[in-house]
Ligand binder design. Sequence first.
Ligand code: MIC
Ligand code: SF4
Length: 656
Amino acid sequence: MGQTLTEKILEGHLVEGELETGEEIGIEIDQVLTQDTTGTFVWLQFEALGLDQVQTEVAAQYCDHQTYQFDFKNTDDHRFLRSAAGTFGAHFSRPGNGICHNVHKENFAAPGKTMLGSDSHTPTPGGLGELAIGSGGLDVAVAMGGGPYYIEMPEVVNVRLEGELPAWSSAKDVILEMLRRLSVKGGVGKIFEYTGPGVETLTVPERTTITNMGTELGATTSIFPTDEHTRDYLARQGREDEFEALSPDEDADYDDEIVVDLSEVEPLVATPSMPDNVVPVREVAGEEVEQVIIGSCTNGGYEDILPSAKMLEGREINKKTEMIVAPGSKQASEILAREGWTAELMAAGVNFSEATCGACIGIGHVPASDSVSVRTFNRNFEGRSGIEDDSVFLASPEVATAAAITGELVDPRDLAEELGDLDAPGMELPDQYDGSKADLIEPDEAVDDGLVKGPNIGDVPLKDPLGDELAGPALLRMEDNITTDHIIPATQDILMYRSNIPKLSEFTLSRVDDTFAQRALESDGGFLVAGENYGQGSSREHAALCPMYLGIEGVLAQSFARIHKANLFNFGLIPLTIDEADYERIEQGDDIEIVDDVAAAVDAGREAFTVRVNDDWELTAHLDASERERRILSAGGKLSLTKRQYDEGGAAPADD
Ligand code: MIC
Ligand code: SF4
């Protein structure tokens, strides 16, 4: 039986285990990526581990989330990151140079490589045949030190693309269609491998829109084979020599198959407030729109802004609507400016932002109260835009621009018919992606030698080894699909404390219950209880680190999102699954006790744990953990364990 592309790449990087679905494997990592809000902890942990030199082929530190530097704490973080990159040997991308995924795609993404990144949209370079996975920062620090990355071998799903996209339908609609079919949980434990004749109809930027937003499916990653489009893209970026022809075997054996006929994909939108609330635009046409934003790591490239500029050429946006273009990278800004499109957009009434994540996490351009915002982003979780009861729709640049023209949601096909002179912009790449490299500092150009820490940059807290008795109240009971934006929001007022855990912890779960942090501190231990898909969304390890700092012992949930579950292990919190009936029965405030010699049972490989509630009734909870994860848990977290191993055995970088 032939191999999938995923298996081929993993096989070439396998250092432990076998490529059997569900088995834990350890893989060698070629490239790592970190950004400014997770990166500070990556480097603090790299330092705490006693590591002194990056070992991967490429390590890149980007500054993209808090580029407006509202507070000296943001600027201190950036200075610290520059000093860490310089000291330890990573590339440093200055604030304003662009979003990590965009700049990485332009400069480093390469076929056949493996990558680990401390951002959930790390899978973006899958559009160029790179196997890229998002993880918590500690896993990135260990990989950067040369250690393998461990993961349960996911199922590999064949997404067979047929046909060709019709005019006005775009790559964004393809991934929205996937979300419509599969939901935000549909990709958990899976890698989506795109194949079929439709692949060659999509350019690399279209492919990376799809791989980027595969994260919203909960997928481990998504990947495309490489072909002439890949070679062409790399050539236009001046990196043709990095091309490698990669494809699955014809008789590759997949765990599942999904067929998407591109010719039937129509303009779609994700309605508030989940990326899988997807409907055809026509179903919600007429909804008044006060704000439109083109940008983000999903659709902020030159190839996403150009269609918008073409649609607006010679027109003005609706008087009731504001429109912002936030390019994903400075390279995109530079090319648009040189080609005259920036002036064209400005003349239409568009406001330009610097290349940043910005509005995607509520930093700038917060929508007005009771208003609709249409964005080309990937997430519309409630409150993420910076206002609690927001109404954010996710759409393609074409749909978003049509809304800016009319001031309401409209299918661009209907608008084109109505206007008579609006042509479908299509997909166009620049002849050369020629932008300045001034903002990308190579390791050998480093200006720092030694870490520069401002007063807000704290220490890495460590947890005690797992105890034999775990008991405490159910401090908070939550619903399904709680996101890491609920656990630790990423808005500007909170983001500046990412390097200061005591302060950041005060905001833990404040979006669910603003008394939680104080109650947790006052309680001597305690548990979180949640429904399905707990911790979906971002990779931020702070969503595990802060509950740990507040004394939380574990989480009882119906199911967990992949990266968050790994982060819970990494910080020594026990993630236990419970069934729906027990979840329904537990109430907030109930006394929870995990019965008998917990640490010994974790070490011994026990899967089923008796949980006594209020000394009154019992339920069975399950621990789904590999041997390695059990060792991490009982050591009180991965940092403690890895540090101990380094101390005892010298350079051993692995977790075992
Ligand atoms: C996000 O899109 O939620 C973020 C902000 O990029 C996060 C990273 C973070 O929390 O710093 C992510 O996707 O991992
Ligand atoms: Fe930035 Fe938004 Fe992309 Fe996260 S999803 S990396 S916040 S643009």
